[in-house]
Design a protein around this ligand. Structure first.
Ligand code: 13P
Length: 263
């Protein structure tokens, strides 16, 4: 974590919590963070509910003037038209989404999303004023065959090639073998790949973009291991799956500065 980048703790709910549950969850999360006197300016907190929850979350965030941010878990590369089941970035922007996750490994695996599709969705997100959270990561097999950073760096390169130097994106390094496995990467392993990703951003978009862009780690992050990741130079936050579904656990991850004693 570098001082010039605001950390982002992001909860990817995946296909969990319906719109009623989302209201109760967000209310409890906001209370937990308020009780803990959380400073949102020093650590941003965002949730990524299913599409059907977003209107409810927007209503609550607006009505209660919450500092929580939120976003979609995916979007279409198209803006409108005959694309049954797809969601336009325009619709997410109309619900005041700040972010949208793109290229999560579950989308790549179950919906055959290629690097080219991920690049085109990233451009679509930017077109609608959303900050894309671009996910990259290697499988256990990739790790064995190509080492730790080759695959994530190659995946990101395709996206970077489609962007202007001033593009505002977040990158999430999520090793597939660490997702939902309970076996997180070590902070040192994650740092090594995040440093390589930052170097690749510098190469494609320039030093300023590399210095500005936040890179998150994701994969079995929990309250007990977040501090180790946040102590790394090139890790600026976390994309949390399972542990983001527990209010106290997620609030504790957002309060990571307490764990490392740097508040
Ligand atoms: P877990 O935190 O459940 O491992 O999931 C990580 C993830 O996929 C977040 O996008």
């Amino acid at each position: 974590m570098a001082v010039n980048r605001t950390p982002l703790i992001a909860g990817n709910w995946k296909m969990n919590l319906d719109h009623l549950q989302s209201i109760a969850f967000v209310q409890k999360l906001a209370w937990a963070l308020k009780d803990a006197k959380h400073d949102y300016a020093s650590t941003e907190v965002a949730v990524f509910p299913p599409y059907t929850d977003l209107r409810s979350v927007q209503t609550l965030v607006t009505a209660d003037k919450l500092d929580l941010r939120y976003g979609g878990q995916d979007l279409s590369q198209h803006d409108s038209g005959a694309y049954t089941g797809e969601i336009s970035g325009a619709f997410l922007a109309a619900l005041d989404c700040a972010y949208v996750i793109i290229g999560h490994s579950e989308r790549r695996q179950y919906h055959a999303e290629t690097d080219e599709i991920v690049a085109s969705k990233t451009v679509a997100a930017l077109r609608h004023g959303l900050v894309p959270v671009v996910c990259v990561g290697e499988t256990a097999e990739d790790l064995e065959q190509h080492g730790p950073s080759a695959v994530p760096v190659a995946q990101l390169a395709v996206v970077l090639a489609a962007l202007d130097a001033d593009a505002d994106i977040v990158v999430a390094y999520e090793p597939v073998w660490a997702i939902g496995s309970g076996q997180a990467a070590t902070p040192e392993q994650a740092q090594q790949v995040c440093a390589a990703l930052r170097a690749s951003i510098a190469e494609h978009l320039g030093e300023a973009a590399a210095e500005r862009t936040r890179i998150l780690y994701g994969g079995s992050v929990k309250a007990a291991n977040i501090a180790g990741f946040m102590a790394q130079r090139d890790i600026d936050g976390a994309l949390v799956g399972g542990a983001s579904l527990d209010v106290d656990g997620f609030a504790s991850i957002a309060r990571f500065r307490q764990h490392v004693g740097t508040v």
